[in-house]
Structure formats: C-alpha cells, structure tokens
Design a protein around this ligand. Sequence first.
Ligand code: ASP
Length: 448
Amino acid sequence: MSSSIGSSGSGMKLHNKILLGLIVGASLGVLANQTLGGKHPFVEGVNHYVAGPVGQVFLRMLFMIVIPLVFASISLGVAGLGDIRRVGRVGGKALGYFFVSTAMAAMVGLLLVQIFRPGSRIDPVVRAELIQTYANDATSKVEAAATSTFGIETLVNVVTRNPIKSAVDLDLLGVIFFALMVGAALTLIAPEKSRPLIDVLQGIEAIVIKIVEIAMRLAPYGVTGLIFGVTSRFGFYLLKPLAFYVLVVVLSLFLHVAINISAIIRFIVGMSPMLFFARIRSALITAFSTSSSSATLPTAIATAEQNLGIPSTIAGFVLPLGATMCMNGTALFEGITVIFLCQVFGLELSLGQMIIVMFMSVITAIGAAGVPGGSIPLLVGILTMFGVPGEGIALILGVDRILDMARTTVNVVGDLSATAFIARSEGVWDASMVPAEEGLDSGPRKGA
Ligand code: ASP
C-alpha cells in the first residue's frame, strides 16, 4: 500500500506545509480579529469568498469518501477472515487481542479527556458564538444529541433497514453493519462467486486511498482557510484548548503503553517491558518517522524475528494483520478527538453515547488504512454522527501530523505486543528465547 500521503512530491514535506498553513491561517486570523474585529466587512468578505470556500472544498473531498471507505475496508476486512478461520486458533487469538488492547487504549483516552476536559477550557461566550456561526450544521444536531438516549432501540437501529439511506444520511453504524453482513456473506459463498465483488471492493479501497492522498495535497490550503475562518472570528480563544488537547492525547498514549501494554508484557508475556521496548526500538523509530503502520511492517517483522527471536510463522502472520487491524493509538486518538470537539461545541454526551464513541473508535480504527492520516476520513464520519460540524476537524488537522507520529508508534507497539503474546500463548516462544545480541541496529529502515 502506498505511503505517499505523507509527501507532497515537490520540495517541502506535506506535513510541514500543513503546519505552515496552520500558522499562517491562525496568525492572519488572529491579526484580523485583533485589528479589524471578526465582524468587519473586509474580514467577512475574505471568509465568505476565499477562506470559507477553500476550506469547504477540502472538507468535502474528505466527506465524499467516508462511505465508500468504511464500506470497502470493513467488508474486505471481514471477507479476509475467511482465511483466518482456516488458520483457526491463532487467528482468533490475534483478533481477540487486537480488539481488547484497542478497547483498553480507547478507554484510557476517554477517561483522560473526561478528567482534563480540554474542550471545556473554552470561554462560554466564544462557545455560544461558535455554535451560532456553524448554526446550520450544529444547533439542530446539538439538540438532537442532547435529547437522544441510549436504549434498546439504539441497538435495533444499528440493523439498518435501508443501507442506501444510511449511506445518504452518513449513518455510519448502519453502513458498518451492512458492510459486516456483506463481508460475512462473502466468506460463506463459493469463491468464484465472491471473487468479482472482492476485486471490485479492493479497487474501491485503492481508489479511495488515492483520493485521500489528493485531498491531503489540498490540506495546507484547506487548513489555512478553515483556521483563518475560526481565528478571525474568535481570536486566540480557541488555541488554548487546542494545546491542552494535544497534551491529553500524548499523555494518554504514554499511559496506555506505560501501564496497559507494560502490564501485558510483564505479567502475561513474562518479559521485562524495558527490554521489550529496547529491542523493538527500530520499529518504533520507523513508525514515528513514517506515520504509517504499513510502511513499518517490514521493519516490524524483522524486529520481531531478529531482536525478539519470535518464530517467523507467528510474526509473519500476526504482524501483517496487525498493521491493518490493530490500531491502539488510532482508537485512543479518535475517542479523545470526538469528545474534545463535542466539549468545544458544548455537546454533553451521555454515558451511552460515550460507549458508542468508544465502540466507533475501535471499529473505525480497525477500518483505518495504515498510512499517514489514514484515520482522518473515518474521524470526520464519527464527528458528524455526534453533530459536531465538519469545520471542527480544522481545529485539529493543523496539529495532526505530530499526533499521527505518536499514535502510529503506539499502533506498532500494539502489533508487536500482540505478536509476543500470541507466540508465548502458543508455547512456541518465551522471554528466555530473546537473543542476547540484537540482529537489527536501531536505525530506521525504509518501508514497503
Ligand atoms: N497513521 C496511522 C497508521 O498508519 C493511521 C492513522 O491513525 O491515521 O497506523
């Protein structure tokens, strides 16, 4: 799979351009707000004719692909399980570990974002204006979200009556359910019948990833426009919660690794977590520098086999699955981002809705492509589910690259811990088999 979403092809790296876009847009916006005021006709004109449209085109490029992406990646993921079922126990264990560790990660994120509430650090007056500004998108949904409760009908409604309508309404749960059904049915029919659809779905998935890449090339301009729109109206007030948000994501990622994964490595795998992390550092450095689990796969396999001594039958099976399906860091990031933006827009979620956020974060993290920014289109989809205006994503996109580097590293920690766990539980490896000498140096290797 291509990892070129991270590079713009010409000169400056894409993520640097996006960061520059954020800085330029935010500085110009704050300047306009401080000197002319957010309601000055010139500022309104720039927002109406330039910044707004540029930002909207970028956002629409992302919205456009949410449904095909969710549908293709989830149905293909389930269709692939046909093979796993044949592999049996190891496949089942891998899926179980992926799911449990990802849910644990999402829980850490949700807990911390609830404790620190970075999005609530926004001035109530600014919040009221923010909701007013994005009234078309927000208010009706704000009210709908406030009144909706979690009950038996929430579960029944997951079983969509009409998948096309679910797609039109961006009802992600309905689309996911339909995709799960299609994927399951694909594994149950004869291969000559399932093959054509699988080929089409693979084609759709490849096309959608290409469109994400094209959309991300527009990101520097889109982000400039969107952030100018926000800061010219609201000045500095939004930047403080954003800084807290970044800290909460990074702290949660750290705690998930330091507590959850370390406990698994020490008590279940039976290895010193410090030794484990030291031995897998080449994979971690590669993940951090590429922001892509897929690009890190070759290094991760080499690390598992040469530095941990895990048999290639396990590493070669679990790691490729993990690179696309096991995304601890991504689920944690998605959960925090959804709650943060709900806080910014003054949406209080009930416990049931929080559970849905967690569930959606875990499921969409499984569906996200292991490429830079792979989870962004899915995140946009979840946000609309909870009534957060699409513009909300603009607030976090400027800082996404650094968060992507951090969450991808945690995704790869999750993949490697899964491999160690499964090798150990299959009785084919234990910590005493870790070679005394490292086979791989700690330098990043070029990925696929
Ligand atoms: N960049 C991540 C990965 O490759 C996916 C994401 O969260 O955007 O693992």
